[in-house]
Ligand binder design. Sequence first.
Ligand code: PAF
Length: 282
Amino acid sequence: MHIVHTIAELRQHLSGFRRPAFVPTMGNLHDGHIALVRQAKPLGDVTVSSIFVNRLQFAPHEDFDSYPRTLDADAQRLQEAGCNVLFAPRERELYPEPQTYKVHPATDLGDILEGHFRPGFFIGVSTVVLKLFSCVYAGMPSGVAAFGKKDYQQVMVVRRMVGQFALPIEILAGETQRADDGLALSSRNGYLSAAERIEAVELSRALRALGDAALSASPGDLPALEAQAMQALARRGWKPDYLTVRRRTDLLPPAETVTAGSVVVLGAAKLGNTRLIDNLEI
Ligand code: PAF
């Protein structure tokens, strides 16, 4: 595997290929990232991953500085998974000057849920993803890029961006990988204390319970069910931002009776100082 730090080196290593399979990450890789690499690899003729902790998608009070940076261990795992090129740009390579041109996702998708509680988050994500896409795919007839469904809304935002800008890139959404107890794998799980780690699975349990309660419920009943689910989590010491049932197509509240296959239950909540997100397609 080639490890490159500049856009020029990256493009040099990709010249001669026609369909990169790309997995963008912020590093501190876990089995979820590795599963994405393995899934994407057969869909392209060269496999690329990036590691870049993107300042643009963090608010000033968030964990940009403390976000775990584990390049050597990550490179080892990527190599074992069959990645061919690792692009690990330094900040001045990707942002040599303040990034004043930015991608603003449509507000109906980009300003709800995560976008509501983390204002500007999807602007930061979309901007860096478009920039990484332009580093990897410039001059390529097509490509595939893989994102994990744990960041459900992120996958939708990126998909829409790719559609609206007519980028010749197929977006692959990989299933959320979970620990044995059901906790969704996340780089931020490493922030949890031992006691918090045991408690952390309750977020996915709460989503499951809300999903079960929501099945066959009419749209008018959902706000009360969601409020109860948030209260139950709060009683356990969590600070929930949202637990909500949404249509899979556009993440808006369902307008009809909830049926299996049509909705996703999404949640975000803080446990101690760690903000966790998860979702379940019901
Ligand atoms: O999901 C992530 O790790 C990040 O949001 C991404 C897509 C790599 C952009 O920085």
